[in-house]
Ligand binder design. Structure first.
Ligand SMILES: Cc1ncc(C[n+]2csc(CCOP(=O)(O)OP(=O)(O)O)c2C)c(N)n1
Ligand SMILES: [Mg+2]
Length: 426
């Protein structure tokens, strides 16, 4: 089982309820945060000024050995290989996007999840079909896991007529409430959290406890709406699953200058929900923590917060060369590449793939990406007059039916509680 890190918090602090067993008269309370990692970094980044020059320096032990992948409690061989394939697709799709950008085919910028593929793919893989998700910019892998094709993302970036928004948006602002249960990304950081809490509430009103997964960066979690959204899910026991992408940077702000707590999972104590730390470059750890949270959501027990520690391996977007990042940090995290580590796990540790089978899998992914790229490039640009479409209501576009059932709350029932709602399913 995962190791627990004990946190001591003064009795007067306004945290979640302490674990049973704490003495009622004690002046300190003990809270626990599960920490699944097999390695705990002790690196820190500080700003150094020398005359007019301001730069960042990293300190700590940068020469520690790369830990093994932790065996999953849940995943079997076939599922691990499937996650490996999604991570490869995620990476190769983004490499293709970088090339399309350099060829002048992309209309705006491009965002990458390099180094974060395990976090995106393994967490979304832990959802059941009925669950919901809302991706952020680093979660293009989650779209692939949930059934979008690489061409959808490519066409979005090129604003093509066949793209999900028919060329009306140049990045990722699209959703799918019918097939894949995806809420469209909202650019204002944190705002997806109350929306996903609301999706969980809506589903519960219709008689179903679903898990609603979204992600937030180490920078984005500082916003006020993050607090509001998690707190609402916490107090209503809604199945929000929040993955905090602790990737050490928010634009050019290092996480050491973003928050004061040691680990962002500690925030969970303040909300009164479970908090877990995982190695975000270990697909098995990400999967297991998310699956536990998803199952908790299905049982109607409420929200969970998962902090995934990793590193943003490129700049904020394609325009940002990330020169401000101390080079040794890239070298350190490059050795912890989630795909290389998982490949080593599958081929050498578990022997679930022979080197030849792995090679064939990679070639197959490359073939698929080439077909997707070709289809995306050949899609036409939208006709100018189509820009007028999709703004005002067209036939039936506002008919959104309840997904699971028609809610009927007992007359006179006060503040909503699951047991107070009489839910009539169609
Ligand atoms: C409320 C709000 N403030 C600022 C921005 C501009 N902005 C977009 S991404 C970003 C940095 C996000 O950093 P982080 O949350 O750590 O995510 P990462 O890029 O590292 O994945 C900022 C400041 C925004 N979109 N929304
Ligand atoms: Mg960040």
């Amino acid at each position: 089982m995962a190791k627990k890190t004990k946190l001591k918090v003064k009795a007067s602090s306004n945290g979640s309820r302490p674990k049973a067993g704490a003495s009622p008269n004690s002046s300190t309370r003990t809270y626990s945060i599960s920490d699944y990692r097999l390695e705990k970094q002790n690196l820190s980044v500080r700003q150094v000024r020398k005359g007019d020059d301001v730069h960042y320096e990293v300190s700590g032990d940068l020469n520690t050995p790369v830990p093994p992948i932790r065996d999953s409690k849940y995943l079997n061989k076939q599922q691990c290989i499937e996650i490996h394939r999604y991570m490869l697709l995620n990476r190769k799709m983004e490499t293709a996007l970088e090339n399309l950008y350099k060829q002048g085919k992309v209309v705006g910028g491009v965002y990458f999840g390099l180094g974060q593929e395990a976090c995106s793919c393994a967490s979304s893989y832990a959802l059941d079909k009925d669950d919901w998700f809302a991706p952020m910019i680093r979660n293009q892998g989650a779209l692939l896991v949930r059934g979008f094709r690489a061409r959808d993302t490519m066409m979005q970036y090129m604003a093509k007529a066949d793209s999900p928004t028919k060329g009306r948006d140049g990045t990722s602002h699209f959703g799918d409430i019918y097939e894949r249960n995806m809420v469209s990304p909202i650019s204002m950081l944190g705002d997806l959290i109350p929306v996903l809490s609301g999706v969980a509430l809506g589903a519960r009103l219709q008689g179903r406890n679903v898990a609603t997964l979204t992600w937030i960066g180490d920078g984005g979690q500082s916003t006020g709406v993050t607090y509001e959204g998690i707190n609402f899910a916490a107090v209503q026991n809604l199945g929000l699953v929040l993955v905090v992408e602790s990737n050490l940077w928010a634009y050019s702000t290092p996480s050491d200058m973003q928050y004061k707590v040691k680990d962002l999972a500690e925030r969970a104590i303040g909300y009164g929900i479970p908090g877990v730390i995982v190695d975000g470059t270990d697909a098995c750890q990400v999967y297991d923590a998310t699956r536990n949270a998803v199952e908790r959501a299905h049982r109607g027990e409420g929200a969970s917060l998962i902090e995934a520690k990793m590193m943003r391996m490129k700049g904020h977007a394609i325009h940002d060369g990330a020169e401000y990042v101390p080079k040794p940090m890239f070298e350190y995290w490059k050795k912890r590449d989630p795909i290389a580590r998982f490949e080593n796990y599958l081929v050498n540790a578990k022997k679930w793939l022979t080197p030849a089978e792995n090679k064939e899998l990679i070639a197959d992914v490359e073939r698929e990406i080439e077909i997707e790229r070709e289809a995306a490039v050949s899609s036409p640009m939208p006709k100018p007059e189509s820009a007028l479409g999709g703004v005002y209501c067209e036939d039936g576009c506002h008919t959104i039916k309840p997904k699971y059932g028609v809610p009927k709350i007992k007359a006179g029932a006060g503040r909503f509680k699951e047991t107070e709602a009489a839910v009539h399913l169609k």
